[in-house]
Design a protein around this ligand. Structure first.
Ligand code: SF4
Length: 287
Protein backbone atom coordinates (compact mmCIF):
# COMPACT_ATOMS: atom_id res chain seq x y z
CA UNK A 1 0.00 0.00 0.00
CA UNK A 2 1.17 3.52 -0.81
CA UNK A 3 0.22 6.55 1.31
CA UNK A 4 -0.07 10.01 -0.22
CA UNK A 5 -0.26 12.81 2.34
CA UNK A 6 -1.47 16.21 1.12
CA UNK A 7 1.38 18.69 1.62
CA UNK A 8 -0.81 21.32 3.22
CA UNK A 9 -2.83 18.96 5.42
CA UNK A 10 -3.48 20.38 8.87
CA UNK A 11 -2.83 23.74 10.51
CA UNK A 12 -2.88 26.78 8.25
CA UNK A 13 -0.38 29.46 9.25
CA UNK A 14 -3.11 31.59 10.88
CA UNK A 15 -4.18 28.83 13.25
CA UNK A 16 -0.59 27.69 13.90
CA UNK A 17 0.45 31.23 14.90
CA UNK A 18 -2.62 31.68 17.13
CA UNK A 19 -2.07 28.35 18.94
CA UNK A 20 1.64 29.15 19.45
CA UNK A 21 0.73 32.61 20.77
CA UNK A 22 -1.72 31.01 23.22
CA UNK A 23 0.98 28.63 24.54
CA UNK A 24 3.59 31.41 24.80
CA UNK A 25 1.17 33.74 26.60
CA UNK A 26 0.02 31.00 28.99
CA UNK A 27 3.68 30.27 29.78
CA UNK A 28 4.42 33.89 30.47
CA UNK A 29 1.32 34.79 32.51
CA UNK A 30 0.26 31.32 33.82
CA UNK A 31 -3.18 31.96 32.38
CA UNK A 32 -4.63 33.44 29.17
CA UNK A 33 -8.32 34.11 28.57
CA UNK A 34 -10.30 33.64 25.33
CA UNK A 35 -13.86 34.35 24.26
CA UNK A 36 -14.51 30.85 22.90
CA UNK A 37 -12.37 27.95 21.73
CA UNK A 38 -9.25 28.87 19.77
CA UNK A 39 -9.96 26.26 17.06
CA UNK A 40 -12.67 23.71 16.41
CA UNK A 41 -10.61 20.77 17.63
CA UNK A 42 -11.22 19.11 20.99
CA UNK A 43 -7.64 17.80 21.42
CA UNK A 44 -6.06 21.21 20.84
CA UNK A 45 -8.54 22.86 23.22
CA UNK A 46 -7.89 20.22 25.91
CA UNK A 47 -4.08 20.49 25.62
CA UNK A 48 -4.22 24.26 25.72
CA UNK A 49 -6.47 24.19 28.80
CA UNK A 50 -3.81 22.09 30.55
CA UNK A 51 -1.24 24.76 29.64
CA UNK A 52 -3.37 27.51 31.25
CA UNK A 53 -5.89 28.82 28.72
CA UNK A 54 -9.37 29.65 30.01
CA UNK A 55 -12.46 30.05 27.86
CA UNK A 56 -14.95 32.68 29.05
CA UNK A 57 -18.16 34.07 27.57
CA UNK A 58 -17.64 37.71 28.57
CA UNK A 59 -14.75 40.14 29.08
CA UNK A 60 -16.18 40.69 32.58
CA UNK A 61 -14.82 37.26 33.48
CA UNK A 62 -11.23 38.18 32.56
CA UNK A 63 -9.17 39.09 35.65
CA UNK A 64 -7.54 42.55 35.40
CA UNK A 65 -3.99 41.18 35.66
CA UNK A 66 -4.39 38.43 33.02
CA UNK A 67 -4.20 38.75 29.22
CA UNK A 68 -7.07 38.13 26.82
CA UNK A 69 -6.24 36.57 23.44
CA UNK A 70 -8.33 37.53 20.40
CA UNK A 71 -8.52 34.47 18.16
CA UNK A 72 -7.37 33.94 14.54
CA UNK A 73 -10.83 34.25 13.03
CA UNK A 74 -11.37 37.83 14.16
CA UNK A 75 -13.24 39.78 16.83
CA UNK A 76 -16.15 42.24 16.82
CA UNK A 77 -14.85 45.88 17.00
CA UNK A 78 -17.22 46.51 19.94
CA UNK A 79 -15.44 43.76 21.88
CA UNK A 80 -12.09 45.36 20.98
CA UNK A 81 -13.31 48.73 22.29
CA UNK A 82 -14.67 47.15 25.43
CA UNK A 83 -11.37 45.42 26.13
CA UNK A 84 -9.47 48.67 25.58
CA UNK A 85 -11.83 50.57 27.91
CA UNK A 86 -11.25 47.89 30.55
CA UNK A 87 -7.50 48.36 30.05
CA UNK A 88 -7.05 44.66 29.41
CA UNK A 89 -3.79 43.28 28.06
CA UNK A 90 -4.90 42.22 24.54
CA UNK A 91 -2.92 39.56 22.67
CA UNK A 92 -4.03 39.87 19.05
CA UNK A 93 -3.90 36.55 17.18
CA UNK A 94 -6.17 37.66 14.34
CA UNK A 95 -5.01 36.10 11.07
CA UNK A 96 -3.73 38.81 8.67
CA UNK A 97 -5.92 37.30 5.93
CA UNK A 98 -9.01 37.77 8.12
CA UNK A 99 -7.98 41.41 8.70
CA UNK A 100 -7.90 41.80 4.90
CA UNK A 101 -11.51 40.58 4.68
CA UNK A 102 -12.51 43.17 7.31
CA UNK A 103 -10.80 45.90 5.29
CA UNK A 104 -12.42 44.77 2.03
CA UNK A 105 -15.96 44.72 3.40
CA UNK A 106 -15.50 48.17 4.94
CA UNK A 107 -14.33 49.48 1.55
CA UNK A 108 -17.38 47.97 -0.15
CA UNK A 109 -19.65 49.70 2.36
CA UNK A 110 -17.79 52.99 1.87
CA UNK A 111 -18.57 52.69 -1.87
CA UNK A 112 -22.25 52.84 -0.94
CA UNK A 113 -22.89 49.13 -1.57
CA UNK A 114 -25.15 46.80 0.37
CA UNK A 115 -22.70 44.32 1.86
CA UNK A 116 -23.13 40.57 1.47
CA UNK A 117 -21.07 37.83 3.16
CA UNK A 118 -21.03 34.32 1.73
CA UNK A 119 -20.46 32.14 4.79
CA UNK A 120 -21.86 29.95 7.54
CA UNK A 121 -24.43 31.58 9.82
CA UNK A 122 -23.17 31.89 13.38
CA UNK A 123 -19.57 30.93 12.55
CA UNK A 124 -17.19 33.08 14.64
CA UNK A 125 -15.32 34.37 11.57
CA UNK A 126 -18.54 35.37 9.81
CA UNK A 127 -19.89 37.04 12.96
CA UNK A 128 -16.70 39.15 13.20
CA UNK A 129 -16.79 40.07 9.48
CA UNK A 130 -20.44 41.09 9.81
CA UNK A 131 -19.63 43.31 12.80
CA UNK A 132 -17.34 45.48 10.64
CA UNK A 133 -20.27 47.03 8.73
CA UNK A 134 -23.87 47.91 9.41
CA UNK A 135 -26.57 45.38 8.62
CA UNK A 136 -24.86 43.05 6.12
CA UNK A 137 -26.68 40.11 4.50
CA UNK A 138 -25.26 36.66 5.21
CA UNK A 139 -25.85 33.96 2.60
CA UNK A 140 -24.74 30.38 3.11
CA UNK A 141 -26.28 28.63 0.09
CA UNK A 142 -28.02 29.01 -3.27
CA UNK A 143 -31.49 28.75 -1.75
CA UNK A 144 -30.87 31.76 0.44
CA UNK A 145 -29.41 33.68 -2.50
CA UNK A 146 -32.58 33.05 -4.51
CA UNK A 147 -34.77 34.67 -1.84
CA UNK A 148 -32.89 37.97 -2.06
CA UNK A 149 -34.72 40.97 -3.44
CA UNK A 150 -33.31 42.82 -6.47
CA UNK A 151 -30.90 45.59 -5.61
CA UNK A 152 -28.91 48.31 -7.33
CA UNK A 153 -25.49 48.15 -5.78
CA UNK A 154 -23.93 45.41 -3.67
CA UNK A 155 -20.50 44.20 -2.63
CA UNK A 156 -19.67 40.62 -1.71
CA UNK A 157 -16.92 38.96 0.30
CA UNK A 158 -16.68 35.36 1.42
CA UNK A 159 -15.66 33.57 4.58
CA UNK A 160 -12.01 32.52 4.20
CA UNK A 161 -12.72 28.78 4.22
CA UNK A 162 -15.62 28.63 1.75
CA UNK A 163 -15.60 26.20 -1.19
CA UNK A 164 -15.13 28.04 -4.46
CA UNK A 165 -18.02 26.04 -6.03
CA UNK A 166 -20.52 27.30 -3.43
CA UNK A 167 -19.31 30.87 -3.86
CA UNK A 168 -19.50 30.66 -7.67
CA UNK A 169 -23.06 29.31 -7.61
CA UNK A 170 -24.18 32.07 -5.24
CA UNK A 171 -22.46 34.76 -7.31
CA UNK A 172 -24.23 33.46 -10.44
CA UNK A 173 -27.58 33.99 -8.73
CA UNK A 174 -26.56 37.41 -7.40
CA UNK A 175 -25.61 38.50 -10.93
CA UNK A 176 -29.26 38.24 -11.85
CA UNK A 177 -30.37 40.17 -8.77
CA UNK A 178 -27.86 43.00 -8.49
CA UNK A 179 -27.32 45.68 -11.16
CA UNK A 180 -23.89 46.84 -9.95
CA UNK A 181 -22.22 43.86 -8.26
CA UNK A 182 -18.65 43.81 -6.92
CA UNK A 183 -17.18 40.56 -5.63
CA UNK A 184 -13.90 40.31 -3.76
CA UNK A 185 -12.69 36.72 -3.60
CA UNK A 186 -11.57 36.44 0.02
CA UNK A 187 -11.20 32.66 0.19
CA UNK A 188 -7.70 32.48 1.71
CA UNK A 189 -4.82 30.86 -0.16
CA UNK A 190 -4.21 28.05 2.40
CA UNK A 191 -7.87 27.03 1.97
CA UNK A 192 -7.63 27.15 -1.83
CA UNK A 193 -4.47 25.05 -1.81
CA UNK A 194 -5.92 22.51 0.59
CA UNK A 195 -9.12 22.21 -1.48
CA UNK A 196 -7.20 21.83 -4.75
CA UNK A 197 -5.00 19.12 -3.27
CA UNK A 198 -7.88 17.07 -1.91
CA UNK A 199 -9.81 17.29 -5.20
CA UNK A 200 -6.82 15.87 -7.08
CA UNK A 201 -5.90 13.31 -4.44
CA UNK A 202 -9.44 11.93 -4.25
CA UNK A 203 -9.36 11.05 -7.94
CA UNK A 204 -5.87 9.53 -7.77
CA UNK A 205 -6.32 7.34 -4.69
CA UNK A 206 -8.38 4.20 -4.01
CA UNK A 207 -9.61 5.75 -0.80
CA UNK A 208 -9.34 8.96 1.22
CA UNK A 209 -8.98 9.70 4.91
CA UNK A 210 -9.76 13.22 6.12
CA UNK A 211 -8.55 13.99 9.64
CA UNK A 212 -10.48 16.59 11.59
CA UNK A 213 -13.10 17.27 14.19
CA UNK A 214 -16.79 17.01 13.24
CA UNK A 215 -17.23 20.44 14.86
CA UNK A 216 -14.86 21.91 12.24
CA UNK A 217 -16.71 23.26 9.20
CA UNK A 218 -13.41 23.34 7.38
CA UNK A 219 -12.74 19.61 7.92
CA UNK A 220 -16.30 18.72 6.94
CA UNK A 221 -15.87 20.67 3.68
CA UNK A 222 -12.74 18.69 2.86
CA UNK A 223 -14.67 15.46 3.45
CA UNK A 224 -17.46 16.69 1.19
CA UNK A 225 -14.97 17.52 -1.59
CA UNK A 226 -13.36 14.09 -1.23
CA UNK A 227 -16.70 12.24 -1.14
CA UNK A 228 -17.93 13.99 -4.29
CA UNK A 229 -14.98 12.45 -6.13
CA UNK A 230 -14.35 9.22 -4.25
CA UNK A 231 -17.10 7.32 -2.43
CA UNK A 232 -14.51 5.56 -0.29
CA UNK A 233 -13.76 8.73 1.71
CA UNK A 234 -13.90 8.76 5.50
CA UNK A 235 -13.52 11.49 8.11
CA UNK A 236 -11.81 10.51 11.35
CA UNK A 237 -10.86 12.39 14.50
CA UNK A 238 -8.42 9.90 16.04
CA UNK A 239 -6.82 6.49 15.49
CA UNK A 240 -9.79 4.93 17.29
CA UNK A 241 -12.11 5.89 14.42
CA UNK A 242 -10.11 3.93 11.83
CA UNK A 243 -11.81 0.74 10.63
CA UNK A 244 -9.45 -1.86 9.19
CA UNK A 245 -12.06 -3.08 6.70
CA UNK A 246 -12.02 0.30 4.88
CA UNK A 247 -8.49 -0.41 3.67
CA UNK A 248 -9.27 -3.74 1.98
CA UNK A 249 -8.00 -3.82 -1.65
CA UNK A 250 -6.55 -0.31 -1.36
CA UNK A 251 -3.25 0.21 -3.12
CA UNK A 252 -3.15 3.98 -2.71
CA UNK A 253 -4.53 5.80 0.33
CA UNK A 254 -4.79 9.60 0.27
CA UNK A 255 -4.75 11.61 3.49
CA UNK A 256 -5.61 15.23 4.21
CA UNK A 257 -6.62 17.17 7.32
CA UNK A 258 -8.56 20.30 8.21
CA UNK A 259 -6.88 23.61 9.13
CA UNK A 260 -7.55 23.02 12.82
CA UNK A 261 -6.02 19.52 12.99
CA UNK A 262 -2.71 19.41 14.92
CA UNK A 263 0.41 17.72 13.50
CA UNK A 264 0.50 15.19 16.35
CA UNK A 265 -2.97 13.94 15.40
CA UNK A 266 -1.99 13.57 11.71
CA UNK A 267 1.23 11.75 12.58
CA UNK A 268 -0.53 9.23 14.83
CA UNK A 269 -3.12 8.42 12.17
CA UNK A 270 -0.56 8.09 9.38
CA UNK A 271 1.44 5.67 11.55
CA UNK A 272 -1.68 3.62 12.35
CA UNK A 273 -2.61 3.40 8.64
CA UNK A 274 0.94 2.29 7.82
CA UNK A 275 0.50 -0.36 10.47
CA UNK A 276 -2.80 -1.55 9.00
CA UNK A 277 -1.35 -1.67 5.46
CA UNK A 278 2.00 -3.08 6.65
CA UNK A 279 3.72 -0.12 4.98
CA UNK A 280 7.39 0.17 5.81
CA UNK A 281 8.23 3.07 3.46
CA UNK A 282 7.75 6.71 4.48
CA UNK A 283 4.53 8.28 3.20
CA UNK A 284 4.84 10.40 0.05
CA UNK A 285 3.95 14.06 0.25
CA UNK A 286 1.52 15.21 -2.44
CA UNK A 287 1.98 18.85 -3.57
S1 SF4 B 1 -8.14 29.51 7.31
FE1 SF4 B 1 -7.10 31.14 6.17
S2 SF4 B 1 -7.93 33.05 6.99
FE2 SF4 B 1 -8.48 31.43 8.43
S3 SF4 B 1 -6.84 31.45 9.96
FE3 SF4 B 1 -6.24 29.97 8.38
S4 SF4 B 1 -4.98 31.16 6.92
FE4 SF4 B 1 -6.11 32.61 8.18
Amino acid sequence: MKILLAKDAGYCFGVRDAVNMAYDTANEYDEVYMLGDIVHNETVVRDLAKAGTKVVTSLNNVPKDKPVLFRAHGTDPNVWNDAKEKNLNIIDATCPLVIEIHEEIKKLEAEGRKTIIIGDHGHDEVVAIAAQVSDPIIISNQGEARTLRKMKKAGVVSQSTQMIENVQEIINILMEKVFDLRFINTICFPTRRNHEQIKELATMCDMMIVIGSFTSANSKRLTQLALERNSRSYQVTSVNDLDQSWFKDSDVVGISAGASTPDKNIKEIVEKIKNIGRVTKKEEVYE
